[in-house]
Design a protein around this ligand. Structure first.
Ligand SMILES: Cc1cc2nc3c(=O)[nH]c(=O)nc-3n(C[C@H](O)[C@H](O)[C@H](O)COP(=O)(O)OP(=O)(O)OC[C@H]3O[C@@H](n4cnc5c(N)ncnc54)[C@H](O)[C@@H]3O)c2cc1C
Length: 413
């Protein structure tokens, strides 16, 4: 067998950092990538602009990962957003902070980030081999001795940085889970996250293309509120999408998998309580009562919502506003605060931004990213059971865990 010290499987965000950091410490590193080029997914992040990270403090970051966020604490302590910004700056990719603390390359080109990190790994001495798909880990008495691709390749340490299952055309189709399972690791059930959802009926289809800002959306599971987000959403030909729906999708996907009833309730007037909204409707009716209901309601809503509002509240569009009954006014008020959609499913892996689930964090040492089961094995990035919200959190988690795995493995080389 050809001799090699550290093998990194997967040249994505996590693998590039791991390879560069390990090689920088003097280890002999080979980075194996199954696709033609490194960083396919990285190159399409942030709609091609790459929302690299966020300038939130560590505690906020951890909060954005929910249940398993604490696992990332030590990786963030060792390599965080300011370290990433400094690293990229040194590689000729200055960054800029946008709304919500989101950090992008100044050039707004994700490809600049891919090129810079590929150079980072190469300059440190890592050798990248593309079109090489690893199919097996080689172990001896619970110790890593190499990997199998088209041939056996010997190694003292292996870092699995193969990503999740989402957007499989970018190369991440779940291989890391098989590799980890082969050597005894537990895989928390994987499911799509940050994914659009499908709705019953044809209301969303009627509103296709409409984007709403400053609305609140609640997820109800079996009628009980489970999560809420405020911001922007979008209606599509299949249902609901946009930032707040993607952020709520984790709760919805889990409930759908448990065969529970899932509803999204949209509050079109989140700044007004029901009482204040009613007072506003009464005042408007006093001022513009002669107008037909559809003209009257126009002042409250984007035009595309108007026919849907008239249909769902069962109000005759040509009825003068001052002739609306108390029951009709109540139906209008209720609808404005509680516009409901039955959620019937979610979009497939091809449309999911990230994968929830993965290699159990209980079996990984958070100080080094080393496997607790197999000596010489490390994990980095989305293959681990961690998933965060939108805003640059997921890439930073991949960079931080990649850096830490590379650092720990390299230190032993
Ligand atoms: C459309 C889209 C937009 C996104 N935008 C953002 C954003 O703006 N900000 C953000 O924070 N996050 C974003 N994300 C999420 C982010 O891209 C991922 O969380 C991140 O790329 C995970 O990094 P990774 O290195 O773990 O995996 P990946 O980037 O998926 O890299 C894994 C690599 O491993 C390779 N590989 C897999 N199996 C094998 C094998 N058997 N042998 C050899 N190689 C293998 C793959 O080909 C791939 O190159 C986005 C995701 C998508 C899909």
């Amino acid at each position: 067998m050809a001799k090699c010290e550290i093998i990194v499987i997967g040249a994505g965000a996590a693998g590039l950092l791991a390879a560069g950091e390990a090689a920088g410490q003097g280890a002999k590193v080979t980075l194996l990538e199954r696709m033609k080029r490194p960083g396919r997914k990285l190159s399409i992040t942030g709609k091609g602009r790459c929302n690299l990270t966020n300038d939130d403090p560590v505690e906020e970051f951890i909060f954005h990962f929910g249940r398993n966020g604490r696992f990332l604490r030590q990786a963030f302590d060792r390599f965080f957003s300011h370290d990433l910004v400094e690293l990229l700056g040194g590689l000729g990719v200055p960054t800029t902070v946008e709304q919500g603390g989101r950090i992008f390359p100044e050039s707004e080109k994700a490809l600049d980030v891919v090129d810079a990190l590929t150079r980072f790994a190469k300059n440190a001495g890592a050798v990248t081999r593309t079109n090489v798909r690893v199919t097996q880990l080689l172990t001896k008495q619970k110790r890593i001795v190499g990997v199998h691709a088209t041939e056996d390749i010997a190694a003292d340490a292996v870092i699995i940085a193969t990503g999740g299952v989402s957007y499989p055309a970018t190369g991440s189709s779940g291989d890391g889970y098989q590799l980890a399972r082969q050597v005894g690791h537990t895989i928390a059930p994987v499911r799509p996250s940050l994914v659009p959802v499908e709705t019953g009926g044809n209301t969303a289809q009627r509103l296709q293309g409409l984007s709403l800002r400053n609305v609140a959306a609640k997820v109800l599971v079996e009628g009980k509120k489970k999560a809420e987000e405020f911001g922007e959403m979008l209606f599509t030909h299949f249902g609901l999408s946009g930032p707040i729906i993607l952020r709520l999708s984790r709760v919805m996907v889990d409930a759908l998998q448990d065969k529970k009833n899932v509803t999204v309730s949209i509050d079109l007037k989140p700044a007004l309580s029901e009482e204040k909204l009613d007072a506003r409707l009464l005042r408007d009716i006093e001022e513009h009562g002669k107008r037909q209901s559809h003209t009257f309601v126009k002042g409250l809503l984007p035009g595309k919502l108007l026919p849907v509002c008239m249909d769902l509240t069962n109000i005759a569009p040509d009825k003068p506003a001052n002739q609306l009954t108390a029951a009709e006014r109540m139906r209008l008020r209720t609808w404005l605060k509680d516009f409901r959609f039955e959620i019937t499913g979610h979009r497939p892996w091809e449309e999911a931004i990230i994968t929830a689930g993965g290699v159990s964090t209980k079996e990984i040492d958070p100080r080094t990213m080393a496997s607790r089961l197999v000596e010489g094995l490390y994990f980095a990035g989305e293959v681990i059971d961690i998933d965060g919200s939108t805003g640059g959190y997921n890439l930073q988690a991949a960079f931080s865990t990649g850096w830490l795995a590379g650092h720990a493995a390299g230190a032993k080389a």
